[in-house]
Design a protein around this ligand. Structure first.
Ligand SMILES: Nc1ncnc2c1ncn2[C@@H]1O[C@H](COP(=O)(O)OP(=O)(O)OP(=O)(O)O)[C@@H](O)[C@H]1O
Length: 599
């Protein structure tokens, strides 16, 4: 069970008001003003009621008949107040909906902004995903619930104050009893919000897992394999099991809430009943007159209903306000990196000196004491077996992770901010993203800081060998590449890879990192890309990762990685002459091409 500090409620409520103020201050102010007017109207109505009763009842001090002017005027004013209440109610509903729409957008946008700015290493941390999941959950509707509830609480409090004011003029001694009747409800509300939050807090990971199963069962990309393996029923059953945990927790806490609330309500009502009995006794003993007793009991009923309502609302607002705590923590803590791309510095060289790196949450280092040099204009290759650390090194050289030890020297100076490396590099990842957007977007996303330029995109596509098939698409560069969308089309694996390459050309960066850039290309296309790599990337520095040794033989320098360490380095000829690991692997691959029998 998560312990929740008492201060959380007012702080979260203040946070919600700040959010609403930023999202739609006009609606917020209107709502508050309407609540004030409604409450004042109710207080005045109560005093008027007493006047009317005073004039109309036989025991009243004024003892007039119902047809006399002051009674009629009183009744007319009461009816007018009721009509005004209806109008204000409609204003409240409309303004609340407007505020809800704007507040939802504002808050979801804050969460997305913080998520987009979070550095890559955070995405390795399950705790970050839990916080993100809770913030997303909190952003959907919760601030609106808090504001709506706050408005209702404000109205209830103001009404209670106005009714209490009217009471002061008639039967002040009833006030403490009415207040006392609210205590059990308020206590139950507090226990309820702590328990709900504890449940919600503990379910974040399970909810993420459930969403993952949902994606596997509904995603187009996953659909073919899920069907080929007939995984549907198994995934569905796992999804059910995860959901069951949430249902069980919800049922357990709701049962406890229900028992607590019923108990609190009964105690509160017993108190009120005792007061009603006392008033009856006083009336019998002639200590109060009938109009005062009737008005006081009406007021007491109104007051206790409001106080009970505040108690209930505090339970609801508590839930949401505690979720807002997650939202506040996420949007404030994860927003430290400013958005936008820093200016692109010149690239004169990059050197990693004895760097070591362990992924967050792992115990084994992925890189140990690795030193590599990329000079301007060079083509440098990384080779090695699966898991030897090539991609990890590429990600560090692209400024996506910081090494734990060792140094990165950029243009011969220690690197202060990895953002500078991100600005100078274009990376084609092994598992690049296939954006289900237009072909133009897929290419022009290479330079998100500039408006998309179709002529430049076509030029980049030509270099990547993508222009031909993009031009033949029904809408050319405007064609949407996702069958889930209207008029969408799909591409082959190799065509997608060419688009990813085109994106790198379009980025026009001085350092190009290609991680297995030809894995999906046919042998002819692959051979052509590597043959032309120097002219295609003329004037740029290229870091090339490949398992195909024939493709890296032309590199200026080749680093051979094994279990996170560089075990050999040199040109192809030097490495062959040495007769070490590289030479062995190269000869094995060459022999496989020449000798492999086809059976
Ligand atoms: N996100 C991650 N979190 C934890 N460990 C990781 C992560 N990514 C990779 N690793 C581990 O780091 C080591 C190096 O992985 P890396 O992806 O750099 O290898 P690689 O040489 O690129 O392999 P491949 O040739 O298969 O692409 C491996 O042991 C791998 O299990």
């Amino acid at each position: 069970m998560v312990r929740v500090r008492r201060l959380d409620l007012p702080r979260s409520a203040a946070f919600a008001v700040r959010l609403a103020w930023r999202a739609d201050r006009r609606s917020l102010v209107t709502l508050m003003a309407v609540q004030l007017v409604t409450a004042l109207g109710l207080g005045a109505g109560l005093l008027l009621l007493r006047t009317v009763l005073d004039g109309g009842l036989p025991g009243g001090s004024a003892a007039r008949t119902a047809g006399e002017p002051s009674v009629l005027v009183g009744l007319a004013v009461l009816l007018a107040l009721r009509a005004a209440g209806g109008v204000l109610g409609s204003v409240t509903t409309a303004r609340q909906r407007m505020l809800s729409a704007r507040l939802d957008r504002h808050v979801i946008s804050l969460v997305l902004g913080a998520a987009v700015r979070a550095d890559l290493p955070r995405f390795e941390d399950p705790a970050f995903h839990d916080r993100l999941q809770r913030a997303v959950f909190a952003s959907r509707g919760q601030p609106v619930v808090v504001i709506t509830t706050l408005v209702a609480v404000l109205q209830a409090l103001l009404t209670a104050a106005a009714v209490s004011g009217a009471f002061l003029a008639m039967a002040w001694w009833l006030l403490p009893f009415a207040a006392l009747s609210a205590v059990p409800t308020l206590r139950a509300a507090r226990a309820e919000r702590n328990a709900s939050y504890g449940l919600h807090h503990g379910l974040a990971e399970s909810r993420r897992l459930r969403q993952y199963f949902e994606r596997l069962m509904t995603g187009r990309d996953e659909a073919k394999e899920v069907r080929a393996l007939d995984l549907g029923p198994l995934l569905h059953a796992r999804w059910h099991a995860e959901y069951e945990r949430e249902i069980e927790g919800t049922v357990r806490t709701q049962r406890r809430h229900m028992r607590r609330k019923i108990g609190a309500r009964l105690v509160g009502d017993l108190l009120i009943m005792a007061v009603v009995g006392a008033v009856a006794l006083l009336l019998g003993g002639g200590l109060v007159d009938l109009p005062t007793a009737l008005t006081a009991l009406t007021g007491l009923w109104l007051l206790s209903a409001r106080i009970q309502m505040v108690g209930g609302l505090m339970g609801d607002i508590g839930d949401s306000a505690l979720y807002l705590k997650d939202l506040r923590a996420f949007t404030e803590a994860d927003a430290e990196r400013p958005a936008g791309r820093p200016p692109v510095p010149r690239f004169r060289g990059l050197r990693a000196e004895r760097i070591t790196f362990t992924y967050p949450g792992s115990t084994r280092p992925a890189l140990k004491d690795v030193s590599v040099t990329l000079r301007a204009g060079e083509i440098v290759a990384l080779v090695g077996t699966n898991g030897s650390g090539k991609t990890t090194l590429a990600k560090i050289l692209a400024g996506l992770y910081r090494p734990d030890a060792g140094a990165l020297l950029f243009n011969d100076r220690p690197l202060a901010d990895p953002a500078a490396l991100r600005a100078v590099s274009a990376v084609v990842f092994q598992d690049f993203v296939r954006y289900k957007l237009s072909a133009l977007d897929n290419i022009a996303f290479g330079r998100a800081d500039e408006p998309a330029d179709e002529a430049r995109a076509a030029e980049a596509a030509r270099k990547a060998g993508a222009h031909g098939f993009v031009s033949r698409l029904a809408r050319g560069y405007a064609t949407v590449l996702g069958k889930e969308f209207a008029d969408g089309e799909d591409l082959s694996g190799g065509q997608w890879q060419r688009l990813a390459l085109a994106r790198a050309f379009y980025r026009d960066a001085p350092l190009v990192i290609l991680d297995e850039p030809t894995a999906a290309l046919d042998p002819q296309a692959e051979e052509e890309l590597f043959r032309r790599i120097r002219s295609l990337f003329a004037g740029r520095t290229v870091l090339l990762i490949s398992h195909r040794f024939s493709s890296v033989r032309g590199a200026d320098r080749i680093y051979v990685l094994d279990e996170g360490s560089v075990i050999e380095q040199g040109t192809h000829d030097e490495l062959m002459a040495r007769g070490g690991r590289y030479a062995g692997l190269f000869l094995t691959q060459a022999a496989a091409y020449l000798d492999a029998p086809v059976s």
